[in-house]
Design a protein around this ligand. Structure first.
Ligand code: GYE
Length: 338
């Protein structure tokens, strides 16, 4: 089956937009104070995590915690339960504790200027992991380590257009009606995955997104919103595009409860590539998952060590990712690390 050949490896792109000088000032240590220059001193990293909303997130937390341990970095970890205000509080507390480096995965893109200015004033360098922020002053953080979410959306769109181009969905006459489960409102992956997907399917007028709503990246909300979509559209839905696997898995339950066959009556595309998605694909209920790696811990610790040593790091570190169609799932599942 030629879809087996569809595992596309994308090269690691290390984009150095600008080689930033790591030190915020001309002091020996980016953290300022008395921490500079002493290589033997243990580094303290404050990490503010979004929450535990998905399989992806829990794998990301494990990756950060175990990589810190391995690197001998003293990790102060804080879980924000998907609330920006909790993240801001955590960042302020890291500043008050004068940690050496702050890293965080911002739940939404906007609203960070003030707290990031406070970190800068305290000369504590900040690294973003996973999600981007929108700030007018780019010097407020050193680097973003994570995926290219627009490209993930494009990969989802390309899989879908190819699927219909090969005649697989030939029984669908006329418009191909898509419902979309968006991630957290205002988050980088929700904004970008929507954009990348729309860019690709927008080139063919047969594809129509008939409903699009947030499921906040969770199974429970994915199910709830899919129930509402089914209630409103009946058997009208051809495709579900979910911005993560957990929402797709929740939606699969809703589809089955409505008496339809997920993966057949409704084609399902999602993003992340967690084990739950592979199991759903093996069961024939999910058609494809676009990989988004949560295993950012080792890259983060490497960057933290460099920053603490006053070295420069890349402005943008993009992770390596693939696309896994249903036909590859049984073969690939044993090799999955999350
Ligand atoms: O896709 C989703 C998680 O920011 C890439 O957040 C991450 C997303 C991931 O909750 O499952």
């Amino acid at each position: 089956m030629n879809r087996l050949l569809h595992i596309v490896r994308f090269p690691v792109a290390l984009v150095a937009a600008a080689s930033l000088l790591v030190a915020c000032s001309n002091s020996e240590s980016p953290a300022g104070g008395d921490k500079g220059g002493d290589a033997s001193k243990q580094i303290t990293l404050g990490f503010s995590q979004i929450g535990a909303e998905s399989e992806w997130r829990t794998a990301n937390t494990t990756s950060v915690q175990s990589a810190a341990k391995e690197a001998g970095i003293n990790l102060r970890f804080s879980d924000a339960q998907q609330k920006q205000e909790n993240q801001i509080k955590a960042l302020r507390s890291f500043i008050a504790q004068r940690v050496d480096v702050i890293a965080f995965s911002p739940v939404v893109e906007t609203g960070w200027e003030t707290v990031l200015r406070e970190a800068k004033a305290a000369q504590i360098p900040v690294i973003l992991t996973d999600r981007a922020v929108q700030v007018s002053d780019e010097s407020l953080y050193l680097s973003l380590i994570g995926s290219d979410f627009v490209e993930e959306g494009r990969k989802a769109g390309r899989w879908l257009t190819e699927y219909y181009a090969t005649g697989a969905g030939k029984d669908v006459k006329g418009e191909i009606k898509i419902v979309e489960l968006q991630g957290t409102v205002g988050s980088a992956p929700a904004n970008d995955r929507k954009k990348g997907f729309a860019e690709i399917i927008g080139a063919d007028e047969r594809f129509k997104v008939i409903r699009s709503q947030t499921g906040d990246f969770t199974r429970a909300k994915g199910k709830e919103v899919m129930e509402a979509f089914l209630k409103a559209e009946g058997r009208n839905i051809n495709v579900l595009y979910a911005h993560n696997d957990d929402m797709a898995i929740g939606a699969i339950q809703a589809i089955e409860e409505a008496g339809l066959a997920p993966g057949k009556d409704i084609i399902i595309i999602s993003i992340d590539g967690v084990k739950g998605a592979f199991e759903a694909m093996i069961a024939g209920k999910l058609n494809v998952t676009v990989e988004c790696s949560p295993l950012l811990g080792p890259q983060l610790m490497e960057a933290v060590k460099k920053v603490a040593a006053g070295e420069t790091i890349e402005r943008r570190i993009v992770t390596e990712e693939s696309v896994f169609p249903m036909e590859t799932a049984a073969e690939v599942l044993p090799t999955r690390k999350y």
